[in-house]
Design a protein around this ligand. Structure first.
Ligand code: SF4
Length: 225
């Protein structure tokens, strides 16, 4: 990776830190709640995940043993606000079965003692868990040094000439991991800042470059509004 790309990524990270300060993402009272939220947030806004998690809390379903034991239709009803609720209930059931095999109870038990690469493979082998979900669980629920790439990262990086619009997930992940200090806290804040920037300024249509904290970092021609 060339030094300009590394420098551009760090400039974006510092601009986000300066604008937003610490964001304390991901919200969740336990690693299990974070892992469950990582599945529920697929293809939906976080406010819908909050409703689903609140339903699960009220029904005492916010643990993997409880998910494993409960009726799938009851679980699906609890997670209904997050959309694709039948599919998400099935995904949670499958993850719970994996977590609880061999006497485990928590996502921490499930990932314990494994290298990050092995833990990632273990998650990716589970139906319904893709790279963004696996990496969210590894970073936010298990404090692993791995960066989460999402649609906002791809959009912002491509609009600043760091990566191609269709760049592969792994290429972008490695670019960030080579540029940012090797610290889960740094990855955590960077990803959170990118998500906020995507929501607040870097919209898919009509990005608000004029008010954006990255305005000085040379968005490609045609982006400024
Ligand atoms: S809104 Fe404009 S300046 Fe801000 S990140 Fe997007 S392209 Fe860059």
């Amino acid at each position: 990776m060339n030094t300009k790309i590394r420098s551009d990524i760090e400039k974006i990270r510092y601009a986000l830190l300066s604008h937003y300060g610490p964001l304390f993402w991901w919200p969740g009272n336990s690693p299990d709640e974070i892992a469950i939220g990582a599945i529920l947030t697929q293809n939906t806004a976080w406010k819908n995940v909050e409703k689903a998690i609140n339903n699960m809390k009220k029904a005492t379903l916010l643990s993997f043993p409880a998910i494993l034991q409960c009726d799938t239709t009851i679980l699906a009803e609890a997670v209904r606000p997050s959309g694709y609720f039948n599919q998400k209930a099935k995904k949670l059931k499958i993850l719970a079965k994996k977590v609880c095999q061999n006497g485990g109870k928590t996502i921490t038990d499930f990932l314990k003692g494994k290298s990050t690469a092995a833990a990632r493979k273990q998650l990716l082998d589970i139906w319904g868990i893709g790279r963004e979900t696996a990496d969210s669980i590894l970073l936010y629920a298990d404090n692993r040094r791995i960066f989460v790439v999402d649609a906002y990262t791809k959009r912002i990086f491509s609009r600043h000439g760091i990566s191609a619009p269709d760049a592969d997930y792994e290429i972008i992940r490695k670019m960030v991991e080579n540029a940012v200090p090797a610290d889960p806290a740094a990855y955590n804040e960077f990803h959170a800042g990118i998500v906020n920037l995507g929501k607040d300024f870097c919209h898919k249509q009509s990005p608000n470059c004029g008010a954006c904290p990255l305005k000085a970092l040379n968005p490609l021609p045609g982006q400024l509004t």
